[in-house]
Write a protein that binds this ligand. Structure first.
Ligand code: SF4
Length: 431
């Protein structure tokens, strides 16, 4: 529940201890600028959120007495990693000192302190509870691991989901699978045809940051996919099985195997939804998968503008036009179409982006926008895509309002909806 407040700036002593500076109100960041945050935009830091100290960076705040904008010299800047289902409106505002290390691939939302509570400028954009940290039961997960590993002893994919995804990366999708509920992951491709600057499964040697997961090292067979996904679709509540996960490359590079799996899965059950999270690079493959029985597609993008997209994705053998075609074809063939929209305050809510997003929605008849926090070092990102000035901007909340008013049928969320929700989408993006 948003409240009208002006929180104090937070700083860290470099030892992991965080303090409030009551001489400074916290500001937010949009593009390259430190800006005031609308007092209505603050919500308590949701459960599952974390606070980060940002080494080599000084927080920027507003003097509570003079209103002067100045640095906090008491320690390092602090930011929040807000949990899934929430979208941040502003990043943390700070000045980066020379030699400051590049920040790892997390989101850095503004954070402040008020009446003994941490606050962030954000909104709960999704009511689905599938990644609520309080909802994960380690005993049930251990039981599910034992049952699955025993049931599928030779299945490399189940072994990968158990040892890497669930037990090493603590992936919420893998843990939900081993708890026998909701969305089940199907990583399928060890390779990719894009070279995203902030790729979470592969970072080139020359970069100082590391990927948050290691990329899959083998090509699963259709049989390995079918073996554990059919029982999940037949038994789980609100079941979804999703190709395209954070621990792999691009699933469309394996479309023939995916098609074979979908056809076989649908011979066993018509329950649940079969989804693909993809970079949308191959519209022909998408058409073939829709014919085979694919239900929904989510195309990831940092922007609806071709130039901004291309500078970030650095595609090998496809163009922005292909991802538009993939969404268009899937929509025309009755599929549920979403974009996995990496929200970067200052870039996303800019006037240029608004025009481009309107065009994308109209051209593809898009059904849903998943407003995802962009997990990337802001300075590093803007530097890599060579942006000095992000231009006129609306603020992320107002940007969402504008799109909602112009396209009232488009759904907002954070996760792929199950079939049951596609049919009756309880959209409550009213605030
Ligand atoms: S499309 Fe996905 S796997 Fe490929 S480079 Fe981009 S983030 Fe990485």
């Amino acid at each position: 529940m948003a409240t009208s407040i002006s929180p104090f700036l937070l700083y860290s002593d470099g030892q992991g201890n965080i303090f409030e500076d009551t001489s400074l109100y916290v500001l937010g960041r949009s593009g390259w600028d430190a800006v005031e945050v609308d007092p209505e935009d603050w919500i308590p830091l949701p459960e599952g959120g974390n606070l980060y100290e940002l080494p080599g960076r000084r927080g920027i705040g507003m003097d509570v007495l003079s209103g002067e904008i100045r640095l906090c010299e008491k320690g390092w800047a602090v930011a929040a990693f807000i949990p899934p289902a929430h979208t941040g409106f502003y990043m943390a505002a700070y000045e980066t000192l020379p030699d400051a290390p590049t920040l790892p691939l997390f989101c850095y939302t503004a954070a402040g302190w008020h009446n003994d509570v941490f606050y962030v400028p954000a909104i709960r954009i999704e009511q689905d509870i599938r990644q609520e940290c309080a909802g994960f039961d380690d005993i049930k997960i251990q039981e599910g691991l034992a049952v699955s590993l025993n049931a599928y002893p030779n299945n490399r994919l189940v072994k990968h989901l158990a040892e890497n995804c669930c037990l090493t990366y603590h992936c919420p999708a893998a843990r939900n699978y081993f708890m026998g509920r909701w969305e089940c992951p199907i990583p399928i491709s060890p390779a990719c045809n894009a070279n995203c600057i902030g790729c979470i499964s592969f970072q080139p040697e020359e970069e100082t940051i590391v990927s948050t997961q290691d990329r899959l090292t083998f090509k699963p067979t259709a049989q390995e996919v079918i073996e554990y996904t059919v029982p999940h679709l037949q038994t789980a509540p609100l079941p979804i099985v999703s190709f395209g996960q954070g621990c792999e490359g691009e699933p469309l590079l394996m479309w023939e195997t995916i098609r074979e799996a979908i056809i076989e899965i649908r011979k066993h059950t018509d329950r649940g939804s079969i989804n693909i999270n993809t970079n949308g690079s191959n519209p022909k493959a998408v058409e073939a998968l829709m014919k085979a029985g694919l239900d929904s597609i989510r195309v990831s993008t940092n922007s609806a503008r071709e130039d901004v997209y291309t500078k970030y994705y650095r595609p090998n053998n496809y163009t922005f036009h292909d991802i538009v075609q993939s969404l268009k074809i899937a929509g025309e063939m009755g599929g549920w179409t979403s974009i996995n929209y990496f929200v970067f305050p200052g870039m996303t809510d800019s006037a240029a982006e608004l025009d481009a997003l309107r065009k994308l929605i109209e051209e593809t008849n898009l059904k849903m926008i998943q407003w995802r926090n962009f997990n990337i070092d802001p300075d590093w990102y803007l530097g890599k895509i060579n942006v000095q000035d992000t231009g006129e901007r609306y603020g992320v909340r107002q940007f969402m309002d504008i799109i909602h008013e112009e396209f009232p049928d488009i759904k907002y969320g954070y996760f792929n909806p199950p079939k049951e929700r596609m049919l009756h989408f309880d959209q409550d993006f009213a605030h």
